[in-house]
Design a protein around this ligand. Structure first.
Ligand code: NDP
Length: 337
């Protein structure tokens, strides 16, 4: 069967692409410009015509995916601006609007032309449901990040940059469920959303490692280089998952009937930044330039999202933090060699 994968060149998407091809699927991957597909064509050359690359220059343009959805059995929508530097620039906002509009445009194309589509899977994020609740609260798929939505719609210029990303993910996922609810009676496909937390792990997408070392290509690298005080090292962190488990979760969600109409939170557990720095410090050979933090610093209490439903439905066994971080560091070292 054939799967449409939007944003096929991204950090998470290339792992999804790899696992889909390995499992025998044909994949039509969309990229913003054709040149971004060349790397994928080379990397997965052994699969020949089983990988099609399609250029979709503007994922928000009406009808952008009309051709892309023809003849596919499922759609995996990963393309979305991933940046914590959003601001309210008047209209249109650079992070929020494209995320919502692309979701809407894609689902409209599926509605009109996706006659063979059976399932649409949208990559959301735990930031679509986590809001400041204090550390004893366990988030579930009933939660929505109304806080971020309120801040960026009411407080606008005053809202911190990262909240634009959070609001974008919440609003785009809401858009998907709203669209699905409105059209449920006339369609033959169902909707699933996948909500990962911080995604760590090895990079196999085309990426500029100079950028990766200094700035967040994925959140791990940017955060590793940040100096934090002892209190923050033992208290700040979040929930995390390895990129390979994230990709496996997407592929299983395609295959498992019970994933239908679910918001699936996938998460390997919680961490504090000192845990990650301790892991980095134990990787051989030693890595230059990454702060050691304050080994042994007292840890606060952590609360993460409840992933039990996804664990049951998708049957994920999670890669450990030590393995994930070590593998991530290894690829960064290889890329910089
Ligand atoms: P990447 O930045 O590596 O990939 C994002 C993809 O979306 C790229 O293909 C990118 O294309 C495309 N994209 C972004 N903005 C636009 C736009 N305006 N128009 C067209 N294409 C666009 O990020 P990730 O792989 O980390 O993220 C993939 C998905 O997973 C996203 O939906 C993200 O929100 C979600 N997610 C990520 C987490 C993480 O920790 N990384 C955690 C939870 C969810 P281009 O390369 O051309 O920019």
């Amino acid at each position: 069967s054939k799967v449409l994968l939007t944003g096929a060149n991204g950090f998470i998407a290339v792992w999804i692409l790899r696992y889909l091809l390995e499992a025998g699927y044909s994949v039509r991957g969309t990229v913003r410009s054709a040149s971004k597909g060349d790397y994928l064509k080379r990397k997965f050359a052994q699969y020949g015509d089983k990988l099609e690359i399609e250029e979709v220059a503007d994922i928000t343009a009406p009808g952008a995916f009309d051709k892309s959805v023809v003849g596919v059995d499922a759609v995996l929508h990963t393309a979305s601006p991933v940046t914590f530097t959003g601001t309210y620039d008047g209209e249109p906002q650079a992070v929020v609007v494209p995320a919502i509009e692309a979701t809407k445009t894609l689902l409209e194309s599926v509605l009109k032309h996706g006659t063979s589509v059976k399932r649409v899977i949208v990559t959301s994020s735990v930031v679509a449901l986590m809001q400041p609740h204090g550390n004893s609260y366990t988030y579930t798929d009933k939660d929505w990040n109304e806080y971020a939505i309120d801040e960026v719609t009411k407080n606008k210029e005053g809202a911190p940059a990262y909240l634009f990303y959070f609001a974008a993910k919440a609003l785009a996922e809401k858009e998907a469920w709203l669209f699905y609810g409105l059209h449920k009676r006339e369609i033959k496909w169902d909707l699933t959303t996948i909500l990962p937390p911080y995604v760590f792990g090895p990079l196999i997408h085309e990426t500029d490692v100079a950028q990766t070392n200094g700035k967040p290509q994925s959140f791990l690298y940017g955060n590793l280089m940040q100096e934090r005080d002892a209190k923050a090292l033992g208290n700040e962190g979040g929930a995390w998952i390895d990129v390979r488990d994230t990709a496996t979760g997407h592929v299983r969600a395609l295959q498992v009937a019970e994933a239908s109409e679910e918001r699936l939170i996938i998460s390997a557990g919680t961490f504090f930044w000192q845990d990650v720095l301790d892991t980095v410090a134990s990787v051989e050979p030693k890595i230059e330039g990454i702060p050691r933090g304050v080994p042994g610093v007292e840890r606060g209490s952590a609360s993460g999202p409840d992933s039990s439903k996804a664990n049951r439905i998708l049957g994920l066994k999670y890669i450990s933090l030590a393995e994930s971080v070590a593998d991530a560091i290894k690829t960064v070292r290889e890329l910089s060699a």
